[in-house]
Design a protein around this ligand. Structure first.
Ligand code: KPL
Length: 324
């Protein structure tokens, strides 16, 4: 009898498809949860099979698997799991945009088995604070968080290309810890991944990278590398000063000089890239500003602080997305 799919991915964007490929290649039983009409809905089967449809995906790795120089796309199929057929799922990896997490996850909350673990893997911060009390109330479920800087480009609906290696950090946040079996499966499947003792400081570090790079590249319509110019140093400094103060109030002390260096390192390493917010603005899509600079402002307010530089960036990005 074939083993049932026990890991479900919610969100089949670039990162969702990359994680799916990595877990599938490692022999894990993974499927996507059907969410909209673009992802075909399957019918529930009362037998052992929990899905009746699958989707063909294409993945082009960074490095060729043989000796040839250009990596060839690999085609593979992944089950699509209907939202009413989640009985076997033990781990849901949530890869939707930060502003979609609650709306995408809550309708499934009581359809997922009680012991199903949830792992959030998105840019920005915020949804974990709304989810934590719901998870804690259930007493049988756990929440882990993660951040990844793997580079991936979505070339078509179900076609991705890996564009860069990157670090993936994961860790427990609240409730029941993720079972050891799934922890090791994820770490074995995702290259350069680690399970850290405290994940929240890692998320703040990634938040800082996004808070500095994303809105500035979107406002100035430039690639990440343009931010290395001295014209931007004062505003980057200002964004970080505010973030470091707020994070400290939130119980996360951050070494500012180290963070500063890290941001300039990312600017160098991704010099030719257009940030995700730049692309969202260019394509008139909703941005993640509320979960990036907006999160800094939100946490500041909670501590009776103000963050005028980050607040202004939020306002400018919103004006841009309304005006365009
Ligand atoms: O994560 C990114 C993003 O664009 O959202 C960075 C690291 C800034 C790379 O472009």
């Amino acid at each position: 009898m074939t083993r049932a799919v026990d890991i479900a991915i919610l969100g089949a964007g670039a990162i969702g498809q990359l994680i799916c490929r990595q877990l599938t290649a490692a022999g894990e039983h993974v499927g996507f949860i059907a969410r909209d009409r673009q992802e075909p809905l399957s019918l529930q089967d009362s037998q052992a099979q929990q899905y009746s449809q699958s989707q063909k995906l294409s993945f082009t790795p960074l490095i060729a698997s043989d000796d040839s120089h250009s990596p060839q796309p690999i085609d593979y199929r992944v089950p699509i799991i209907a939202a009413n057929a989640l009985d076997h799922i033990r781990l849901v990896i949530v890869c939707v945009k930060a502003y979609q997490v609650i709306d995408a996850l809550l309708p499934l909350f009581h359809q997922l088995p009680r012991q199903c673990h949830i792992l959030l893997l998105h840019n920005g911060m915020g949804p974990h604070l709304a989810l934590a009390p719901l998870i804690e109330k259930m007493e049988s479920r756990g929440l882990s968080l993660g951040t990844t800087s793997q580079g991936v480009l979505r070339q078509a609906r179900w076609q991705i290309k890996q564009t860069g290696k990157g670090l993936t950090q994961l860790g427990h946040f609240t409730g029941i810890e993720l079972a050891e079996h799934y922890r090791s499966a994820i770490l074995a499947a995702i290259p350069n991944s680690e399970w850290v003792d405290t994940i929240v400081p890692c998320l703040w570090q990634k938040l800082a990278v996004n808070a500095a790079i994303n809105p500035l590249t979107a406002l100035h319509q430039c690639p990440n590398g343009a931010l290395a110019k001295t014209d931007f140093s004062a505003i980057i400094e200002g964004i970080l000063d505010e973030l470091v103060t707020v994070a400290a109030q939130d119980g996360v002390p951050i070494d500012k000089p180290l963070l500063h260096d890290r941001i300039y390192q990312v600017i160098q390493l991704t010099a030719a890239n257009f940030s995700s917010m730049h692309q969202d603005v260019a394509h008139q899509r909703q941005t993640e500003i509320d979960q990036i600079n907006g999160y800094i402002c939100e946490r500041a307010q909670a501590h009776g602080l103000t963050t005028p530089i980050n607040a202004k960036l939020c306002q400018q990005i919103k004006q841009l997305t309304v005006a365009t």
